[in-house]
Ligand binder design. Structure first.
Ligand code: NJP
Length: 258
């Protein structure tokens, strides 16, 4: 088990799903977690719950599509805890799912603002502090969609491809200065996003049985693994939980054996 005592981890999209599971997992390992999302009441409640269980947690409202919010989130974390050891760029959306010519340009652009520019803002405002300290890790939550094409998901596939590109570029620019940047492609996970995908009925992912999805707690364990040096071989890439190699590295049941 990784010991994260004295570490501050900032998590975007922590009001539910993967982000919430990551906050609970990392707090359980001793980290001070800074939960952020737009739903203030929800992140306040999760943070309070973590504190009640003896953990260290703070909450700060942040819409990742707003650069000032993201800059404010990093300042809040540094002012409150004097450090950011890791940033989990997790906030992401998939709705509205629509084929290209049926998509609404404003809504399509909104997905770019959240999924792509939100990750850029996170990197832009966390890395300077990490460089001052000569260390830090950024985990960008990616997707298999970054490298595949799915009907109705042009916004999602292209923004996740852009996130993979940001992971590669940030690793190229700062990997030799102590900054670890790594992507995580979790596979399908039992969260609200999969309910939205199921409702769309538009491509094979929407027709998957819910038993095909992994619990968000497994993804949280993968995030724990990626914060540790033992994952260094994957820096600058998308680490995948859809392969036996990835599952084995994290200590999760293998894909092939269920
Ligand atoms: O989704 P969900 P997941 N600013 O819908 C927040 C990726 N992924 O946990 O703001 C800030 O339960 C929202 O909070 P709120 C996926 O692409 C998933 O599954 O309060 N936060 C909530 O906390 C995404 O990057 C699957 O509404 C914003 C969170 O984001 C990540 O995993 C597969 C926001 C979304 O929680 C977490 O998704 C895969 C904003 N503007 C990749 N907009 C999967 N589930 O199968 C939303 O390959 N949020």
């Amino acid at each position: 088990m990784t010991n994260l005592s004295d570490n501050t981890v900032v998590i975007t999209g922590a009001s539910r799903g993967i982000g919430e599971a990551a906050a609970r997992q990392l707090a359980g390992l001793g980290a001070t977690v800074v939960l952020s999302a737009r739903s203030s009441a929800r992140i306040e409640k999760i943070a309070e719950d973590i504190r009640t269980q003896g953990g260290h947690a703070l909450a700060r409202r942040c819409d990742v599509s707003q650069e000032q919010d993201v800059a404010g989130l990093m300042r809040f974390a540094i002012d409150s805890t004097s450090r950011i050891d890791a940033l989990i760029n997790n906030a992401g959306i998939i709705e509205p799912i629509a084929r290209l010519i049926e998509s609404d340009p404003d809504e399509w652009s909104r997905v770019v603002d959240v999924n792509f520019k939100g990750v850029y803002y996170g990197l832009r405002h966390a890395i300077p502090h990490m460089l001052e300290r000569g260390r830090g890790t950024v985990v960008n939550i990616s997707s298999g969609a970054a490298t595949s094409a799915l009907e109705g998901w042009s916004h999602y596939c292209s923004t996740k491809a852009a996130v993979l590109s940001l992971t590669r570029c940030a690793h190229r620019e700062y990997g030799d200065q102590g900054i670890r940047v790594i992507g995580l492609s979790p596979g399908t996970v039992a969260t609200q996003m999969q309910s939205q995908i199921k409702r769309s009925g538009i491509n094979p992912v929407s027709r998957l049985d819910s038993s095909a999805h992994i619990p968000p707690e497994w993804v949280a364990r993968a995030i724990e693994f990626l914060l540790d040096k033992s994952s260094d071989a994957f820096l600058g890439t998308d680490f995948s939980l859809k392969t036996d190699e990835g599952r084995k590295a994290v200590g999760l049941p293998l894909v092939t054996t269920g």
